[in-house]
Design a binder for this molecule. Structure first.
Ligand SMILES: CC(C)(COP(=O)(O)OP(=O)(O)OC[C@H]1O[C@@H](n2cnc3c(N)ncnc32)[C@H](O)[C@@H]1OP(=O)(O)O)[C@@H](O)C(=O)NCCC(=O)NCCS
Length: 183
């Protein structure tokens, strides 16, 4: 899905551009995923090594699928020619649940706590309404105070605790499940 690009001035004084990703952005997207996962792997589902070894052709194919799709989109955040953040919303495919979409996002440390997460969420929720989804869900580790703050501020409600949902550095960790009903 093609999303018109938008310039945002952040609280840290930097101006970033938010736009949909394209297959040609695969190399820069992989660089972003390596950096954000090295910095924040405890909040994510993969290690930085996973992205370091991820084939560029596979990334091009995945981003190409986002480009052409009507039931998913990926926003990328650009600063000085590099990707520094991203947010993906993926619609559920099956007939009875196709009004649902699941959300994931990652921002590099240098751009955290600058209002970028809030802006990305606002854009994503507006787009989700335009697409016609009724419900967004996401999961966040119970220790991710920044994520929890952002999601609750954006209107998400906590609906449950997922015990031992991830296994990181030799330990099981819990996640919260959140939802937002779009009106
Ligand atoms: C979680 C994340 C998306 C939040 O985005 P962000 O750009 O930092 O969010 P914002 O700057 O818009 O901040 C939103 C609110 O959370 C607060 N906040 C941000 N980081 C915080 C932290 N570590 N602890 C407590 N509050 C925090 C901000 O102060 C702000 O509150 P306010 O509106 O009252 O001022 C971002 O930090 C990130 O990508 N982290 C690494 C990867 C990750 O955790 N991804 C999510 C996996 S579920």
């Amino acid at each position: 899905m093609e999303i018109p690009e938008q310039q945002i001035k952040l609280k840290n004084g930097k101006t970033v551009v938010i736009k949909s990703v394209k297959a040609v952005d695969a190399e820069l997207m992989l660089q972003h995923l390596q950096i954000s996962h090295r910095e924040s792997y405890k909040n994510m589902n993969q290690s930085a090594e996973f992205w370091l070894n991820f084939p560029i052709e596979d990334e091009k194919r995945i981003l190409g699928e986002f480009e052409g799709a009507r039931n998913k989109f990926m926003l990328s955040v650009w600063f000085e020619g590099k990707i520094v953040g991203g947010l993906g919303l993926v619609g559920h495919g099956a007939e009875f649940v196709k009004h649902n979409a699941s959300l994931g996002m990652s921002i590099q440390n240098a751009f955290c706590n600058s209002g970028l997460g809030t802006e990305l969420m606002k854009m994503a929720i507006k787009l989700a309404k335009e697409i016609g989804w009724h419900r967004i869900d996401l999961k966040v580790r119970t220790y991710n105070t920044g994520g929890i703050k952002l999601y609750e501020k954006s209107g998400f409600e906590r609906i449950g605790l997922l015990k031992d949902a991830a296994f990181i550095d030799g330990k099981y960790v819990d996640e919260y499940s959140y939802q937002l009903i779009l009106k």
